[in-house]
Design a protein around this ligand. Structure first.
Ligand SMILES: NC(=O)C1=CN([C@@H]2O[C@H](COP(=O)(O)OP(=O)(O)OC[C@H]3O[C@@H](n4cnc5c(N)ncnc54)[C@H](O)[C@@H]3O)[C@@H](O)[C@H]2O)C=CC1
Ligand SMILES: O=C(CO)COP(=O)(O)O
Length: 333
């Protein structure tokens, strides 16, 4: 039986542990808090993040990373992106040779502008054949209810991607393989920022034309960044690009979308943060995505607008007017 470790008992870590168990894996779920770990082990439920969802007996929770990693073929990482470097620094010495590290995270590191797979390779000292990414339209709550969804499992080594595909394939979760790790990660990280922008438009009471414009032009600037960084532009037309963008930008379950809506309704950053109990990666990653874009010489006006609202305190109306006042351009360049 395939053994997997999942790090992070939040909504996606827990839901992905459920997927792996439903696909026939034995899963060790690592969490920071002993009390939550005990509750998961005794009630087979994670009441803090996925109340009402019965977890398989094949999932055992632990606070001990060595226990989680023992014999693991896959170590799945589902902690907030900005905490990965520090956390993985503690876990990396416990890794067994051959364990593949799988990122579920959709963020870019502040300060370094690195993608999560880059942080993993650097901190764990592993080659690209031991780093994989899962990204797609995968709102955790819907998946925990076992509603059908598809995703992309990406690894530069297709054989490894296929192994991971098998490990997480269930009747309700359909993974497709891809070797474009860069494209899949950028799709996931940037869609959170575009989700904030679309949420803002919603909160301002704007309609579907505005939102479709933000989604489509958001995808255009994501694709531009991807092309500059060596991604396959077609990846952005797939599940990890357009698919995830559509789910995030249309769902009230999306934390980024909801965060943006709150800002669009006039909340301050502090009020929106206080109203959010889970991780909305785009709030921090809008700055690191913009940093990455500038380092790569790529223009990302919507990401810049989001940074202006979230971190520079500019009013949404003013930022939107500035976006519309940009010089006229061809659609493709
Ligand atoms: N929830 C979702 O629908 C999806 C989330 N993701 C991504 O998965 C990643 C994890 O997100 P969620 O599980 O949704 O977040 P969450 O907010 O539900 O849970 C985060 C987990 O990380 C833990 N945590 C917080 N700070 C930590 C630290 N310093 N060290 C160790 N653990 C810490 C929390 O206790 C919690 O268990 C994010 O990058 C997110 O973008 C990707 C796809 C779907
Ligand atoms: O990544 C997600 C869906 O694919 C979850 O989006 P949020 O982090 O905005 O909730």
């Amino acid at each position: 039986m395939t053994r997997c470790a999942v790090f992070g008992t939040g909504s996606w870590g827990t839901a992905f542990a459920m997927i792996l168990a439903d696909a026939g894996c034995e899963v060790s779920l690592w969490g920071r808090r002993q009390e939550l770990v005990d509750v998961v082990n005794t009630t087979h439920e994670n009441p803090d993040y996925l109340p009402g969802v019965r977890l398989s007996d094949a999932i055992t929770a632990t606070t001990d990373p060595a226990v989680a990693l023992a014999g693991a073929e896959f170590a799945v990482l589902a902690v907030p992106s900005q905490t990965l470097r520090q956390n993985l620094g503690a876990w990396a010495p416990l890794l067994e040779p051959g364990t593949v590290l799988v990122s579920l995270m959709k963020g870019i590191e502040l300060g370094t502008a690195k993608r999560m797979s880059e942080v993993i390779a650097e901190v764990a000292g592993v080659g690209p054949e031991r780093v994989a990414v899962v990204s797609g339209p995968n709102l955790a709550r819907e998946i925990a209810n076992r509603q059908p969804a598809a995703t992309v499992v990406a690894c530069s080594d297709e054989v490894v991607a296929k192994r991971l595909q098998t490990a997480c394939h269930t009747p309700y979760f359909r993974p497709y393989t891809n070797t474009d790790v860069v494209g899949c990660e950028l799709g996931g990280a940037v869609k959170n920022v575009i989700g904030l922008a679309v949420g803002m438009a919603d909160g301002m009471g704007l309609g579907d034309n505005t939102k479709a414009t933000l989604i489509t032009r958001g995808l255009a600037e994501t694709t531009r960044l991807g092309a500059a960084l060596g991604a396959d532009p077609y990846t952005f037309a797939g599940l990890a690009g357009m698919g995830d963008l559509v789910a995030t930008c249309s769902s009230p379950l999306s934390r980024n979308h909801t965060f943006g809506t709150n800002l669009g309704r006039g909340m301050t950053l502090a009020q929106a943060v206080a109203a959010t109990s889970q991780t909305a990666e785009g709030v921090k990653s809008c700055e690191s995505v913009l940093d990455l874009a500038r380092r790569s010489g790529v223009d990302m006006p919507i990401v810049e607008a989001v940074v202006d609202v979230v971190h520079n305190g500019r009013p949404t109306q003013e930022v939107l007017a500035a976006l519309m006042a940009r010089s006229a351009k061809p659609e493709r360049r």
